[in-house]
Design a binder for this molecule. Structure first.
Ligand SMILES: [Zn+2]
Length: 273
């Protein structure tokens, strides 16, 4: 059996089922799903390791029913970021468990691993942590991403991944200041969310982002030429106080905005007549 493209939608309904099986959030966050309850319900046990390796976490079937989720200790700057990354990593590994036959003990894989499985697990994790129906109506702004981050207890990157699905053509990038021995100081891409291709670690070359790095917030229409970000695009950027990164939200201009651009010069020329 292999995972077909269409099966990705199954990730959404599975996440919905798991969410409804573990009612309620935790503490002061009623929207945030309790991964502790998910792990208890699905017989997942978290095992931490300090050994280095490629993956943040991986799943190991136990000799009795259930799985060990082996999680590597990260080097996150803050405890909240470490917790939020752990939540996503756990949710992703829960997704992998659907590729095992639980009727066999220890649980056995039902198919070969493919790239589509990773896509499936990311979609499942995203949907489990942030149900898409609940964030579909939010505007594409830094404020929306902060709201999702705080309400659902996810990283800003996971919040961007959830929100960007509802904004065709949109991209979110986090820029970090880097100092290159020959190329000098530059804001370079740390992470990215959204369909359009953007090369990793590249310079975005956005004046709006540069302004936000200095002033805190900035927005406007500017010409970008990087990967599939091509042409006059709407850019909104924000650097939270004390943060070492600038969050940049990019989207194509709306039909209304484009229409206004066309109408405005005409209005001006007729007024001058
Ligand atoms: Zn994976």
């Amino acid at each position: 059996m292999t995972l077909r493209e269409v099966d990705i939608d199954v990730a959404r309904s599975l996440a919905c089922e798991v969410r409804s099986a573990v009612v309620g959030g935790f503490g002061s966050r009623p929207h945030a799903v309790s991964l502790k309850k998910v792990c208890e319900a699905g017989l997942f046990r978290v095992v931490r390791t300090s050994r280095t390796g490629e993956r943040d976490a991986y799943l190991v079937p136990r000799s009795t029913a259930g799985f060990d989720v082996v999680v590597r200790d990260g080097a996150e700057r803050t405890r909240s970021l470490a917790r939020r990354r752990l939540r996503f990593a756990l949710a992703h590994e829960v997704g992998h468990s659907f590729f095992f036959n639980r009727r066999m003990v220890p649980h056995d894989r039902t198919c070969e691993w493919t790239d589509s499985e990773e896509l499936f697990c990311n979609r499942f994790a995203s949907e489990l942590l942030v149900p898409s129906a609940e964030v579909a109506g939010l505007p594409w702004t830094p404020g929306s991403l902060r709201l999702i981050r705080d309400q659902y207890d996810v990283s800003l990157q996971a919040a961007a991944m959830s929100a960007v699905a509802h904004h065709p053509g949109a991209v979110a990038v986090a820029l970090r200041e880097t100092d290159h021995p020959t190329k000098g100081r530059a804001l370079r891409i740390g992470w990215k969310a959204g369909e359009p291709f953007v090369p990793e670690h590249a310079r975005l070359g956005s004046l709006v982002a540069e302004a936000a790095w200095v002033r805190g917030t900035a927005q406007g229409v500017e010409e970008l030429r990087l990967g599939h970000l091509n042409g006059q695009l709407h850019v909104e950027a924000e650097r939270e106080p004390g943060s070492s990164q600038v969050l940049v939200l990019i989207r194509p201009r709306t039909q209304l905005e484009l229409g206004q651009m066309e109408l405005f010069p005409r209005a001006v020329s007729s007024a001058l007549r």
